[in-house]
Design a protein around this ligand. Structure first.
Ligand code: T1G
Length: 684
């Protein structure tokens, strides 16, 4: 039963139990209505405690129900029924109360929470806004300023802060929900939240307040949902509760039917699906209680922080003391910075830093359950490290390489235990970026994959298992975009036009600004290592323009400030002339098509080769590793939205126009487009 009722003398506890997170699907909604009807007018009842499970009061509306006909009662009806109960209803919040879950609690006459609870309205992260009265009730409880920030950012707050701002009436500890039953005995008949107006007054007295508060919150996003959130909260200050709730509903229905929210919902489930590695039943992961990282460079230091942040002791190993001290020094500074910014406490910073040791003695790896190599990106260097690890590391230790594109099998081949070798490709900065590509070699055992996948979750990563090929999934697709960007310059676009097209599309940075940040000499070294040429990029790099680090690259830099450089236009003109390419004006739409469709094409090859298990995996990789805008769902979702026949036809055109055979539509793309299908179960 999703909902049960238990009497504790004059208090009734209504418990919700719809695993895993008490999503408010039909079963819970109808169960709640049934319980309320049963308890209305019940003899000797003083109050009702509405409780969830220790993990979740409620994770909100059931997202899987969106886009389908709604089964009644809907959530608004349930919340109104609670609000209109003849005795006080107290929400007892332990774990998460998110979205519709917090709206349910706001329908109650009082709320209590445990300090570890997380409360929020994250609907905007699904391209939506709170659709069950949250935009009308939250400002009435916490005031317009706090409500706007919680609703427009979608970021949850902790139980302690919720008590400080009056979102909950008391902070409890002890057994759940028993402590709430005791508290409810003392509760006075509560006022319905909908009837509270006093906290709306400041906005009613100051017509410009909402816009002033909203401006900084809306700055970063071109998406529709944040704007709708502001509109709905504004309505709370200018309309009656019922009219504001009606307007909220209208805005919600517009958003839930739109591509933006469909993209976000796809991204939500793709991220979770992608982390389910396809493994033989009964595969058991190994225990990871101690780690070692080879290399104290930027990546090595960041990876070590991931382990320390998860409470796993880690030893960082370098060849000499100076680079070790530099690396650990940087780690220390990063922790101090986080403590200064308040994202962690000073105690947490100290405790985490203390879990990271350093040594120049590679023998130290013998105690580790997993060793992650993060040394210079060159095959011979990596192979010599793995030869040594093979001799020293204990039996059963996992040997992982953080290479971003080298062949895992070639690295594993120098060891006597290739089944224990795999790729664990972190993204820079490793302690920040959420993506982890877990690369299975041809001999990597399922047990080792399972261990890495579980560890990735523990490190707070979105861990996606992929096959072994040049650049794995993310970088292999990125290289197609890089090639396309280079070709666009030759054909007539400028670096700033290409970058603007991509930032308008939703990326935080365009390919040329990104290349300048990463360093053009790095790109050149990789191209040279694989005998690849890029006329414009090579010419700019040969001119000693390595990007931000030399103050000149595709742009000129004053600090971080970049401006276009006519010298670069001249270099591009010259390279195009050498190749006999007649340059022309290229519009933004064509720029986007020529950057994105080759990515989709390569992704189709990757799926066909089994390098990625699901189209959603590719979307999760680009969403969490390459800043693909969430409101566009990922390259595969976007391909389905555009329509595969369009992608096929455009690629055919581009291949003919440039003579570049790699742009010809991939077999899977042709098959799906010709048969009117899309990738996976995205929108057709
Ligand atoms: N609906 C359906 N399924 C959900 C769900 C939800 N709201 N939340 C989680 N799941 C599934 C998830 O797919 C996974 O399934 C399993 O539960 C565990 O999730 C009217 C419009 C709650 C913090 O945005 O942020 O309310 O993969 O792996 O890391 O205004 O899930 O096991 O098959 O993420 O412990 C608003 C979404 C909805 C919160 C738990 N709510 N969920 O994190 O576990 S819109 C949200 C989360 C709404 C109203 C509106 C997290 C979590 P599976 P998990 P976790």
């Amino acid at each position: 039963m999703a909902v049960t009722v238990q009497r504790h003398d004059d208090i009734a506890v209504v418990s919700m139990d719809n695993p895993p997170v008490n999503a408010l699907g039909f079963a819970l909604r109808s169960g709640l209505m049934h319980a309320l009807t049963e308890l209305r007018g019940a003899e000797g009842l003083k109050a009702i405690v509405l409780a969830g499970t220790p993990r979740a009061f409620s994770g909100g509306a059931d997202i899987t129900e969106f886009g389908k006909p709604m089964q009644e009662p809907n959530l608004r009806v349930v919340i109104t029924a609670i609000e209109d109960m003849d005795i006080p209803v107290v929400a007892a919040i332990h774990g998460v109360a998110l979205g519709g879950g917090l709206e349910l609690a706001l329908g109650c006459h009082a709320r209590v929470a445990w300090a570890s609870a997380r409360l929020g309205l994250p609907e905007v992260k699904l391209g939506l806004l709170p659709g069950a009265g949250g935009t009308q009730r939250l400002p009435r409880v916490v005031g317009v300023e706090k409500a706007l920030s919680m609703i427009v950012t979608g970021n949850p707050i902790g139980g302690k802060e919720a008590a400080e701002i009056g979102l909950v009436d008391a902070l409890l500890d002890g057994a759940y929900p028993d402590a709430a039953v005791a508290w409810a005995r003392g509760v006075a008949a509560g006022r319905r939240v909908r009837d509270r107006e006093e906290k709306l007054q400041p906005a009613r007295d100051d017509a410009g307040l909402i816009d002033r508060l909203a401006a900084p919150l809306l700055k970063a996003s071109g998406a529709a949902a944040p704007k709708a959130c502001v509109e709905a909260v504004r309505n709370a200050t200018t309309m009656t509760f019922d009219d504001g709730a009606k307007a909220e509903r209208h805005l919600f229905e517009q958003l839930v039917a739109g591509d933006e929210s469909r993209a976000h919902r796809h991204a939500f489930f793709a991220e979770r699906e992608a982390q389910k590695a396809k493994l033989p039943a009964g595969t058991v992961a190994r225990k990871i209680e101690r780690a070692a990282v080879i290399g104290a460079g930027t990546m090595g230091g960041g990876i070590a922080m991931c382990f320390a942040n998860a409470g796993i002791p880690v030893t960082v190993i370098e060849t000499e003391q100076a680079p070790l001290d530099r690396g650990l020094g940087r780690v220390g500074e990063l922790y101090e910075g986080s403590a200064k910014r308040g994202s962690i406490t000073a105690d947490q910073a100290r405790d985490r830093r203390s879990l990271i040791e350093g040594t120049i003695d590679i023998e130290a790896v013998r105690h580790a359950d997993i060793v992650i190599e993060a040394v210079f990106e060159e095959m011979s260097v990596k192979r010599s490290v793995f030869e040594r690890l093979d001799r020293i590391a204990k039996p059963g230790a996992i040997l992982a390489t953080n290479t971003s594109y080298l062949d895992i099998d070639q690295i594993a081949a120098v060891t006597s235990r290739p089944a224990d070798v795999l790729g664990m490709h972190f993204f820079s900065p490793a302690n920040v970026m959420r993506l982890l590509e877990i690369v299975r070699g041809s001999q990597t055992s399922p047990e080792v994959i399972a261990t890495a996948s579980e560890l990735g979750k523990k490190l707070g990563k979105v861990s996606v298992v992929v096959g072994n090929c040049f650049g794995f999934v993310g970088n292999r697709i990125l290289s197609k975009r890089t090639d396309a960007a280079e070709r666009l310059l030759l054909d007539g676009a400028s670096p700033q036009e290409v970058d603007k097209a991509l930032t308008d599309f939703g990326f935080r940075m365009g390919p040329f600004a990104m290349a300048d940040l990463a360093g053009l000499d790095i790109g050149m070294r990789i191209r040279k290592a694989f005998g690849k040429r890029a006329p414009v990029a090579d010419a700019i790099t040969d001119a000693g323009r390595y990007g931000q680090k030399t103050g000149k690259g595709y742009y000129i830099y004053e600090g971080r400030q970049s401006t276009p450089d006519p010298e670069v236009d001249a270099i591009i003109e010259a390279e195009a002339a050498k190749l006999g390419i007649k340059r022309r004006k290229i519009g933004q739409h064509e720029i986007i098509e020529r950057l994105v469709y080759p990515m989709i094409n390569e992704a189709a090859r990757i799926l066909d080769e089994g390098i990625a298990d699901r189209p959603g995996d590719i979307d999760a990789i680009w969403l969490h590793g390459y800043n693909w805008p969430a409101w566009r769902g990922g390259p595969m979702f976007y391909a389905n939205l555009v329509g595969l026949p369009t992608v096929r036809d455009k690629l055919t055109q581009f291949a003919a126009a440039t003579g570049d055979k790699s742009l010809e539509p991939a077999p899977l793309l042709l098959r799906l487009a010709d048969s009117g299908q899309g990738f996976g179960n995205g929108p057709q």
